[in-house]
Write a protein that binds this ligand. Structure first.
Ligand code: NAD
Ligand code: UGA
Length: 462
């Protein structure tokens, strides 16, 4: 039996450890956090995050070999393997502000591990970190702050799960990546982690590399994924000018097996806590190493995304006779994608802010993310109506802007919704999930991303 500890009970720490505990009943898994409310929620029936399938996995292992606690020091002392899954947001101050990773939480954790360790431990970087962070981690752990009798092996094991499919991604990952030192002790640590995952992941999907390749691969994977979204969004703007249809273009290029069909959905822009921060982190690293052209190349992925978000709002304003001031607009969605309650960097909230700047009256509806949206909007929340019922949100609205691709939004009775709205009624489908032709036939003026608009206005219909 091994004592496994995870420091950081967030979107990554909670679900990953629950899946490890479920699949490895022979090991004891403890997840700790400084946030007491979060730990209490993990101990309750009302988990702190919404993820399909997570309740079942937690219920299966919690109290058996999965525990949540705020007693960080005690559990560090007892642990054999420590996953570090604390947040690594973009730095907001000092050198590298706005681009570099803020490593203060991560460094505090490293020092805390050192101070509370008297036995050998494997320390696993689960958080997304700049390449060569493990070197700093090793230096801190091997500095003379502790009792001197602990030996540490540092591994990199980045997480690739996506929110909304976290449990599925963990249960059946494309690959598990483990980076370690090429020393005998480093390689033994790598083998220990390989054996842990091999409890449920086929060994051929467990990839081992050197530390730096592993750390860098995580940033590169997110950069490539986000780049595809920005690429198709860039093309969506050209489609809108030329009456090409971006969904048809995506299908046509995606059938080329060298390009592939995934991550080619044009929309209102990518969100989530990681794409932006990880690309900016990559940009910062490139600048640090003097690779200015490489930095500029990747920075453009973020610039394009910001433009896509603001372009969506400009398109709304210009379609609605160049003013939305005083008009009620129903925002369908607040989460950054479907099947999560997470609103971090959500394009939905960027659109909300843009509409508020134009003095629209914004009503947001979302099945899971209203509470987080209210918190993220801060003072602006006072100017927004939060309405769980989409029918009530759309009532008396001039426009609906669909900004999160929740399946339930496609299944609403749009005939009823149309009747309750101010005319002319507009739908702006920021995710291209609605039946545009059917909506048009009901009387809506329909604007999608990267597709010709369907309007009842004669001048726009040529
Ligand atoms: P999160 O903010 O949801 O969770 C991080 C947790 O760490 C918080 O609950 C915080 O209280 C806790 N914490 C911070 N400092 C601590 C300390 N010193 N001791 C104990 N707990 C501490 O973040 P997240 O979304 O889980 O992301 C964590 C890391 O994983 C980030 O580096 C992120 O880039 C990476 N990642 C995230 C995802 C994702 O889908 N969210 C996917 C892959 C990788
Ligand atoms: C992403 C990666 O997919 C994960 O592999 C990674 O582990 C994670 O970031 C992370 O490091 O945090 P996530 O942000 O949860 O996962 O969700 P994605 O499915 O990647 O979607 C990100 C954003 O891109 C969403 O706003 C989504 O709506 C948007 N997107 C995605 C599109 O606009 N079009 C697409 O075709 C795909």
């Amino acid at each position: 039996m091994a004592n496994i500890l995870c420091i950081g009970a967030g979107y990554v720490g909670g679900p990953t450890m629950a899946v490890i505990a479920k699949n490895c009943p022979q090991h004891r898994v403890v997840v700790v956090d400084i946030n007491e409310a979060r730990i209490k929620a993990w101990q309750s029936d009302n988990l702190p995050i919404y993820e399909p399938g997570l309740d079942e996995v937690v219920r299966c292992a919690r109290g058996r070999n999965l525990f949540f606690s705020t007693e960080i020091n005690r559990h560090i002392a007892e642990a054999d393997i420590i996953f570090v899954s604390v947040n690594t947001p973009t730095k907001t101050f000092g050198q590298g502000a706005g681009r570099a990773a803020d490593l203060q939480y991560w460094e505090k954790t490293a020092r805390q591990i050192l101070e509370n360790s008297t036995s050998p431990k494997i320390v696993v970087e689960k958080s997304t970190l700049p390449v060569r962070t493990a070197e700093a981690m090793e230096r801190i752990l091997n500095s003379d702050g502790g009792c001197g009798c602990a030996h540490f092996d540092v591994l990199s094991n980045p997480e690739f799960l996506a929110e909304g499919t976290a449990v599925r991604d963990m249960e059946n990952p494309d690959r598990i990546l483990i980076g370690g030192r090429e020393t005998p002790s480093g390689q033994q640590a790598v083998q220990t982690l390989v054996d842990l995952y091999a409890n449920w992941v086929p060994r051929e999907r467990i990839l081992t590399t050197n530390l730096w390749s592993s750390e860098l691969s995580k940033l590169v994977a997110n950069a490539f994924l986000a780049q595809r979204v920005s690429s198709i969004n860039a093309i969506s703007a050209l489609c809108e000018k030329t009456e090409a249809d971006v969904t048809e273009v995506a299908r046509a290029i995606g059938m080329d097996s060298r390009i592939g069909p995934k991550f080619l959905k044009a929309g209102v822009g990518f969100g989530g806590s990681c794409f932006r921060k990880d690309i900016l982190n990559l940009v910062y690293l490139c600048q640090y190493y003097g690779l200015d052209e490489v930095a500029a190349y990747w920075e453009q992925v973020v610039t394009m995304n910001e433009w896509q978000e603001s372009r969506f709002v400009s398109n709304m304003v210009s379609a609605m006779f160049n003013t939305v001031a005083g008009k009620r607009v129903a925002l369908f969605g607040a989460a950054f994608k479907a099947n999560t309650g997470d609103t971090r960097e959500s394009p939905a909230l960027a659109v909300c802010r843009g509409l508020l700047e134009e003095h629209a009256e914004v009503v947001i509806t979302d099945p899971k993310a209203l509470e987080n949206a209210r918190e993220d909007l801060g003072a602006l929340a006072q100017r927004v109506i939060f309405e769980p019922d989409p029918y009530a949100a759309a009532k008396n609205a001039h426009a609906i802007a669909l900004v999160t691709e929740w399946a339930e939004f496609a299944e609403l009775d749009y005939e009823q919704i149309f009747r309750s709205m101010v005319k002319p009624a507009f739908v702006f489908d920021g995710r291209n999930i609605l039946n545009h032709k059917a909506l048009y036939e009901l009387g809506f003026n329909v604007y999608a991303v990267g597709r010709p608009p369907l309007t009842h206005f004669v001048r726009n219909n040529h």
